[in-house]
Structures are given as structure tokens and as C-alpha cells.
Design a protein around this ligand. Structure first.
Ligand code: HEM
Length: 293
């Protein structure tokens, strides 16, 4: 079957039958102003943002990949927050649906590393001095994700102190239960023996792994029938966790390839500091319980 571009386009469904008929079934070709597509998606603004500071072509890939990832951070955040809220509302099927969607966004996020996979140190060195002290470490979108995972640190808000809105948003996430905290609170409401200090605590503190929490998850894994929604929840959280670890490792490899073990532009010692972060298990008891299963 032959399809017209209008039929293939995701913006086409719900279009105007009458308008289509007047163009012989093809798309509208005449507009008085910028096309509705450009206005709706802000395409002109979007494409005006790739402000490279050198003539090195690899810098374009560096900026585009950074911007693509920042956009995807916002999508992942939206989906993790929706999953957390569903858990707090005792809606496990809702949480599972949002976690599945978050994983799809994380898959695209992780695939974005492909844009930088062929950058050589020589290319990187040609534009590195141009971005000065800029570092992904200063990404508040990424920090919001880390807080949502439970990796809390008030000190990590400090670099953003000149941006009031960012501080407010990071503080909101610092002071509330993380996605994992919400899962543990739900487990407890379902009768599992999650320790008291893991269902109510100072949410601003970094998450501390607990033998009691590991035991509660072990009980969940005791019934691995597909009808056990808590078991499905555990595995869905692990799907999220694994993708976060994959992102960190892909970043590590990209850094090693582009600049080896030299210090980072953000002031850290680079590879060693990143490797330590990459080693931290996300939702730790879901991993540690596998040591004894
Ligand atoms: C090959 C390209 C890249 C290199 C060489 C690189 C290098 C580094 C280094 C050395 C650090 C440690 C902090 C510092 O001292 O600067 C860092 C942190 C970070 N970078 Fe990159 N980076 C690259 C690409 C990206 C991209 C595309 C993103 C996407 C936004 C990104 C996001 C981050 C984040 C979020 C951190 C903080 C990680 C954490 O807190 O654990 N990086 N990067």
C-alpha cells in the first residue's frame, strides 16, 4: 500500500478531512506565517542553540549530545516522579506502567552516547579550552535524577545557588521521599517487614542500605509468579537501576576515550572520581539480595 507523507507523520492523526480533500489527499502547503510545526515544536529556537565556540566539527556532536541528554533527563524525571506518586497512592499497576515508559526514555538516553563514540582526544582537545570550567557535573537535570534515585546531598545544590528556581526544585526533591523510598513505604503498607527507619526518616539524608530492607525484598522474591505485583515492581525497579548504571559506564568509557585519566573541567580528578560514582549500586538491596538467593 502506498502512503502519503501526511499519513505517515505522527502529527497527522486527527487532521482535518475537509482540508485533506481540498489538497487531493496531500498535506497543506500554504501558510501565512511560520508553519504550525515550527511554532509548536519551537524548531527555530531549538536550532539556534547549538552555539559552538570553535570550528572543530566534533564540538557540534558534543553540544548536540549534551542537549539531547538534557531533554531526555526531563522526560525520565517526569516518568520517575509519576511512578513515585503512583506508589505513594498504592497504585502498583500505574507505577509499573510509568517505570516501563521511563525505561524506554532511558534506552534512548543511553543510545545517545553513540553520538560521541568516535571522538578522538585530538578532536576533543581542539575545543576543550573553549568551554572553560563547564562540566556535566553542573547539570541540575542530572542532579534531580540522582536525588530521585535516593542519592541525596545538600552540598550538590550549592553550585546552583545563583539560580533560585533550580535551588527550589532541587530542594523539593531533596526533602521528599525518593522513588525507592516510595517503593519501600508501599511494601510496608502491604505487610512486609521494612524497618521503621526506612519508611519515615529525614529524607534529605543519603540512602543507607539495610539488612531489614534486603530481607523484605527477599520475601517478595519468594513468590515469583507473574501475578505477584510486588515481584514485578522489584524487577521493574531493577530495570531502571540497570539503565542508570549503563549510562554511568557509557559516560566513563566516553571520558576514557576522549581524555584518558586527565583531570576534569569541573575540578575533579576525572576518571577515578567518576568510576567511584559508577560503582554505587542503584536501589542497593535489590542487588545485594542476589548474593544469597
Ligand atoms: C566525551 C565527552 C565527555 C567528557 C570527556 C566528559 C567528562 C566528564 C568529567 C571528567 C566529569 C567529572 C567532573 C569534572 O571534573 O568535570 C564529568 C561529569 C559529568 N558529566 Fe561528563 N563528559 C562528557 C560528556 C558528557 C555528556 C554528553 C553529558 C550529558 C549531559 C555529561 C554529563 C555529565 C554528568 C551528569 C556528570 C556528573 C556525574 C556525577 O555526578 O556522577 N557528560 N564528565
Amino acid at each position: 500500500m502506498v502512503t502519503t507523507p501526511a499519513q505517515q507523520c505522527p502529527y497527522a492523526p486527527g487532521g482535518d478531512d475537509e482540508a485533506a480533500a481540498t489538497h487531493g489527499g496531500g498535506p497543506t502547503l500554504s501558510f501565512e506565517r511560520a508553519t504550525p510545526y515550527v511554532e509548536y515544536a519551537g524548531v527555530d529556537t531549538l536550532l539556534s542553540l547549538q552555539n559552538t565556540r570553535t570550528d572543530e566539527p566534533a564540538e557540534t556532536a558534543f553540544i548536540v549530545s549534551t542537549q539531547v541528554m538534557e531533554l531526555l533527563f526531563t522526560l525520565v524525571q517526569q516518568r520517575w516522579e509519576a511512578a513515585r506518586d503512583a506508589l505513594e497512592a498504592d497504585d502498583v499497576p500505574g507505577a509499573l506502567a510509568w517505570l516501563r515508559r521511563a525505561c524506554h526514555a532511558q534506552d534512548v538516553l543511553n543510545a545517545s552516547w553513540g553520538l560521541l563514540s568516535d571522538m578522538t582526544p585530538t578532536e576533543f582537545n581542539r575545543f576543550r579550552p573553549a568551554f572553560g570550567e563547564a562540566s556535566g557535573f553542573q547539570s541540575y537535570g542530572y542532579r534531580e535524577l540522582e536525588f530521585l534515585l535516593g542519592n541525596k546531598s545538600a552540598a550538590m545544590i550549592r553550585p546552583h545557588k545563583a539560580m533560585g528556581g533550580v535551588v527550589a526544585e532541587l530542594t523539593r526533591l531533596l526533602e521528599g521521599p525518593s522513588l525507592y523510598d516510595a517503593a519501600l513505604r508501599l511494601l510496608r503498607r502491604r505487610g512486609l517487614p521494612v524497618p521503621d527507619d526506612h519508611v519515615e526518616r529525614d529524607w534529605t539524608a543519603d540512602y543507607e542500605p539495610s539488612a531489614g530492607v534486603e530481607h523484605a525484598w527477599a520475601l517478595v522474591y519468594g513468590d515469583d509468579r507473574p501475578g505477584n505485583e510486588l515481584f514485578l515492581l522489584a524487577e521493574a525497579l531493577l530495570d531502571v537501576a540497570e539503565r542508570v548504571t549503563r549510562w554511568r559506564h557509557s559516560h566513563l568509557v566516553a571520558v576514557k576515550r576522549a581524555m584518558g585519566a586527565k583531570p576534569g573541567s569541573g575540578g575533579s580528578n576525572g576518571l577515578n572520581w567518576l568510576a567511584r560514582n559508577a560503582e554505587q549500586d542503584v536501589f542497593p538491596e535489590l542487588w545485594s539480595l542476589r548474593n544469597t538467593m
